[in-house]
Design a protein around this ligand. Structure first.
Ligand code: NAP
Ligand code: GLV
Length: 306
């Protein structure tokens, strides 16, 4: 079995070593323009030339959860595209989102500013019931985030394309449930895949439906959010703040107004990193399953775009 590795902006050697150890007997190589035909591809942001040259693939493994960039390429028809399914990302996402929600709810941002001025000024306690959290997307990451927030006694509602039942989470479904979901939320977390249906979903008319004093946490993709609409709703006072990990253009340009906005917290797309060892174990396990003719989780549905 031959495996071709083509991950942009990635130190290839530890991945090659790890894949060779996990798949003894497989020929694992970093892709070059004159590589031989491989059976399996392990990719992140590969050039189109990769797929022009690799014409005998049995499956393509993406070393991330989101496949929006990959689906813009011309992919070989009929070859399964498999994305990372948690692989250590869900717990990181739960840490990040809970940190952002709790920082806002417990006003730790205010205490940080007070401490910088040497001010001792306790504020009145807040009630969980006044800060319901809505999680858009209840997949590998959104479900874990929802359950973790519920464990902190937040009122959690979730929204997905197909109906779900998650303990401690009020679940809303599809377009029919969208406005009720927004109206039930004060803090909004976006964990949707980027598809034609979800692009620009965080815009003026949808964010305006959040409860007053709304707070936006976008950890999915920058193109879910209409930047100017967020700023307008923050400046009008309808929204209290935002924590953003993903942006339309990354790195976020130095002159982008998000950097300087006093109520926006920016992080550099780090909410859930690809963990090499966990990812290699998952990919190797799935290659073995494919070789045995077994069904796999995490196969992308091209029609849905995720
Ligand atoms: P996933 O398992 O595919 O889950 C996606 C969820 O979104 C599912 O619940 C799905 O509904 C729902 N959904 C999709 N389209 C919808 C629509 N039109 N209306 C309502 N719900 C819809 O994905 P995941 O692994 O949780 O990852 C989610 C996204 O997070 C990724 O696509 C990626 O862009 C982003 N991400 C970001 C980082 C970071 O570091 N910032 C890291 C990893 C991932 P169904 O359950 O009904 O299918
Ligand atoms: C990161 O953004 C991913 O999609 O894994």
């Amino acid at each position: 079995m031959r495996l071709s590795f083509c991950c942009t902006d990635t130190d290839a050697q530890p991945w090659l070593d790890g894949l060779r150890a996990a798949l003894p007997g497989a020929l694992v190589e970093e892709w070059t323009a004159d590589s031989s035909a491989a059976d399996y591809a392990v990719v992140w942001a590969p050039p189109q030339a990769f797929f022009e040259q690799q014409t005998q693939l049995k499956a393509i493994f993406n070393t991330g959860a989101g496949v929006d960039a990959l689906l813009k390429l011309r992919l070989p028809p009929g070859v399964p595209l498999i994305r990372l399914d948690d692989a250590g990302m869900a717990v990181q996402m739960a840490e990040y989102v809970c940190h952002a929600v709790i920082r806002h709810f417990r006003e730790f941002d205010v205490y940080e500013a007070q401490a910088a001025q040497g001010r001792w000024a306790p504020r009145p306690p807040r009630r969980h019931r006044d800060f319901p959290v809505g999680v858009m997307g209840l997949g590998a990451l959104g479900e874990r985030v929802s359950r973790t927030l519920a464990a902190f006694d937040f009122l959690v509602c979730g929204w997905s394309r197909s109906a779900k039942a998650i303990d401690g989470v009020q679940c809303f479904t599809g377009e029919a449930g969208f406005n009720d979901f927004l109206a039930a939320s004060r803090i909004l977390v976006c964990l949707l895949p980027l598809t034609p249906e979800t692009e620009n979903i965080l815009r003026r008319d949808t964010l305006a439906r959040l409860q007053p004093g709304g707070y936006v946490i976008n950890v999915a993709r920058g193109r879910h959010l209409v930047d100017d609409d967020l700023i307008a709703l923050l400046d009008s006072g309808h929204l209290a703040g935002a924590t953003l990990d993903v942006f339309r253009s990354e790195p976020l340009p130095a002159d982008h107004p998000f950097w300087a906005h006093p109520r926006i917290t920016v992080t550099p797309h780090i909410s859930a990193r690809t963990l090499r060892d966990e990812s290699i174990a998952q990919i190797a396990g799935k290659i073995r399953a494919l070789e045995n003719g077994e069904a796999l989780a995490g196969v992308v549905n091209h029609a849905l775009g995720y």
